[in-house]
Design a protein around this ligand. Sequence first.
Ligand SMILES: [Zn+2]
Ligand SMILES: [Zn+2]
Length: 253
Amino acid sequence: MDRNCQNCDKPAEAPWTLCKTCRRGYARLLHRLRVNLHLLQAVARREYRLSEPGAGGRPQGGDAPAPINLHAQDMLDQTEDGLQDMWNETGVESRPRWQALLRDAPRRLPDLCRASRSGHWLTWLIHACERIEPLIDRRPRTRRIIGVCPECGREVLAAKGETLLLCKCGNPINVAELREQSQAKAETIHLTKTPAGMSQWLRENYGYEVSRKVIIMWIRRGKLPSSKPVEDGYYEFSIREIVSMAMAYSNRQ
Ligand SMILES: [Zn+2]
Ligand SMILES: [Zn+2]
C-alpha cells in the first residue's frame, strides 16, 4: 500500500515512511550530526576553543577556565538521549553511546526510514544540528536566499551543503528543489527599484557588491535589455537579468 512521506508528504513506497529524497537527507543529517558531535566533544573537553570574543572561550578575570565546558557537555548528553530514543524505535533496546550509534547509522538507516515516527526524528535531527553548530562553527556560515517558503511566503536562506531545512513556520524545505523552482520563477519576476535600491538589494540578498553607478552604467550600455525605466528614477528590473550580471561582475572583482 502506498503512503505519503512523513516529512514532505510526497508519495513514499511501502515499507518506507519517508520518500527517496528525504531518506537521502536523513543519511546526510546523520553524517553531519556525527561530525558535529565529535567537534562538540572537543569543545566540551576544551580541546578546541572558539576564537570570537563572547563565544565562551576566554577565561574571565584571570580565573582558570573550568576543565569542561558544561553547556557543551549538556548538549552532548541531550543529543545522545535523543539518538538512543530514535534507535529504540527501530528495536534497539540497549542504549549505546552516541559514538557507537552514529558509527552504526549507515547500517541502521533502512530501519530508521521505515520507523513509525521517521518524520519526527528527521525534524529532530535538523534541530539538533542547528543547536550544536553555533557552538562548534568558528566561521560564520554565509547564508543566501534560495527562494520563498511555499507555505508561509518567508524568504528561505541556505548555506552551501545544506540539503534540508525547516522554515520558521515548520514547513520542511528541500533546498535543491526550492532552488530549482525559484530559478524558474525568477525568469518572470520583476522588481521595481532605483539603481541605489537595487544595489542594496543585491548586497543584502545575494552578497554581491555592485554600486549604484555600475548599475546605471549597465542600463545606459543596454546590458539589461529586460529592465525598463518606470518613472522618477525607478526601473523595473528583471531579477534573473540583474542577478546574472551581478554574479558575473562579482566573479571578475
Ligand atoms: Zn519526503
Ligand atoms: Zn514557511
